[in-house]
Ligand binder design. Structure first.
Ligand code: SAH
Ligand code: SF4
Ligand code: F3S
Length: 449
């Protein structure tokens, strides 16, 4: 009897890191499902367990090492289970995983995602443990099945050529590789046809999109081409780089009604010298000017950011400049990090590292400032009626639905019925640092009714 049907084969995927990894996990899941694997309810029970890892900061590495440690004992009770380490940490550590973790069967790099089913088969056939960590190749052409109810991701490029001095991403993701415009258009059309209301364009640095294509195209061309009749209700992209943000991108954002009134614009630091040492290519003032131009062109724009404190050499006065820029930019929310030296990056070689206690202390001060701004901005919006794309049930309170506005504000509201994937009109009643609790006013009819 065919072993594929004699017993149900299962997989479990644990994803760490950014949206590109979430997307890669969709591909890994699709590849396994094409081999008749089905999702397992718990990692312990899966025949194939995949950790799709991140290594952007040391605490990301440690999380994975810790979790792999747990599986030393779990695997002892389930010897047939195949344990796969994929993603950026797999790319960074390669062979070292096999030495350090005898329970790992497969190490799969970021350039070899499509090899997963074959490697699993080879291990099952008795080949022993396998490391496949190449340096070339991308998987822009592989089909992924979106897992969300309303939103789907579409990668427009993979890799990054910016080489910010703190960042490990270019080392583990390789150089920029853009997906041709026609392919992006076809994929967006396909997903809109399947009923996805929101499309998220993904790239490490979307402003660099198209530089490597023949003929060259710009990100603004792509955004413009995505307007029109079969455009999604909501179009988002992440992340743009402040240095390559052309006036045309702003124009197209303002002119294409699909493009959401939200931008994730990583600041990283406020001081010009620190920014230069990070190799970011803009000054604090240039960043603020860009924010002002965006807000002028796009009313009611939500702006979020990423900030690193305690980059090597950062003085107290230079950190103060970050606080100043944050105060002036008034972000809706921010991801804030203490600098983490990444082996192999120029930043890790700088001799003037800021002591960890200082980095943490600055981080707390920054978080305190930004949390106050987030809460205050949210409070000013109370009473407004907004459009929410419903994502699903709230994890904490099952009688609540959760979704986001076009500005990317998080909104929870009570509803017995599940309106996932639909647009709802909600009144914002209560404001918190994280977002809002509102009252449902109206839901659009479902596609079938
Ligand atoms: N490609 C995206 C995201 C890169 S990683 C971009 O350029 O915007 C996400 C965030 O992690 C970065 O924006 C940065 O704020 C942070 N980060 C990257 N390397 C870091 C490091 N070594 N230490 C602390 N934070 C880091
Ligand atoms: Fe890293 Fe800079 Fe590239 Fe972003 S733009 S992925 S921070 S090197
Ligand atoms: Fe992490 Fe890799 Fe993304 S290092 S942030 S998962 S590109």
């Amino acid at each position: 009897m065919d072993s594929a049907i004699s017993r149900l084969k299962t997989y479990f995927l644990q994803t760490y890191g950014c949206q590109m990894n979430v997307y890669d996990s969709e591909i890994l899941a699709s590849l396994l499902e094409a081999q008749n694997y089905q999702p397992a309810t718990a990692p312990e029970q899966a025949d194939v367990l995949v950790f799709n890892t991140c290594c952007v900061r040391d605490n990301a590495d440690q999380k994975v090492y810790g979790r792999l440690g747990d599986f030393k004992f779990i695997k002892a009770e389930r010897p047939g289970q195949i344990l796969v380490v994929a993603g950026c940490l797999a790319q960074k550590d390669g062979e070292a995983f096999l030495e350090r973790f005898p329970q790992v069967d497969i190490v799969l790099g970021t350039h070899d995602v499509q090899a997963l089913p074959e490697l699993v088969q080879r291990v099952q056939a008795g080949e022993g443990r396998i490391v496949q960590v190449g340096r070339q190749g991308h998987h822009l052409d592989l089909p992924a099945s979106p897992r969300g109810a309303s939103s789907a991701m579409v990668p427009i490029s993979m890799g990054c050529d910016q080489w910010c001095t703190y960042c490990i991403v270019p080392y583990v993701r390789g150089q920029l590789h853009s997906r041709p415009v026609v392919q992006v258009l076809a994929e967006v059309r396909r997903l809109v046809g399947l009923g996805y209301r929101e499309i998220m364009l993904l790239g490490q640095n979307v402003n660099d999109y198209g530089r490597d294509l023949q003929p060259q195209v710009e990100f603004a061309d792509l955004l413009e081409a995505l307007g029109g009749l079969d455009a999604p209700d909501r179009l988002r992209f992440t992340s743009p780089h402040p240095a390559g943000f052309t006036p045309r991108v702003i124009q197209v954002m303002a002119a294409n009604p699909s493009v959401c009134e939200h931008i994730h614009l990583p600041l990283q630091a406020g001081d010009d010298q620190v920014l230069a040492r990070m190799k970011r290519g803009y000054t604090g003032q240039q960043f603020l000017d860009l924010v002002a131009r965006l807000r002028q062109a796009i009313p009611d724009l939500g702006i979020t950011t990423d900030i690193i404190v305690g980059f090597p050499g950062e003085t107290e006065a230079q950190f103060q400049r970050t606080l100043e820029v944050v105060q002036q930019a008034r972000f809706d929310s921010a991801f804030m990090f203490a600098y983490s030296p990444r082996p192999g990056t120029p930043g890790s070689l700088f001799t003037d590292q800021v002591p960890e206690s200082e980095r943490m202390e600055r981080l707390y001060r920054l978080i305190h400032l930004q949390n106050g701004i987030s809460e205050e901005k949210h409070r000013q919006r109370m009473g407004r009626e907004v459009e929410v794309l419903v994502e699903g049930r709230s994890k904490k309170t099952s009688s609540r639905l959760t979704g986001r506005t076009r500005q990317n504000w998080l909104v929870h509201f009570d509803s017995e019925e599940d309106f996932s994937g639909r647009l709802a009109r909600v009144r914002l009643d209560q404001a918190f640092m994280w977002g809002f609790v509102g009252t449902l006013l109206e839901v659009e009819p479902s596609a079938g009714s």
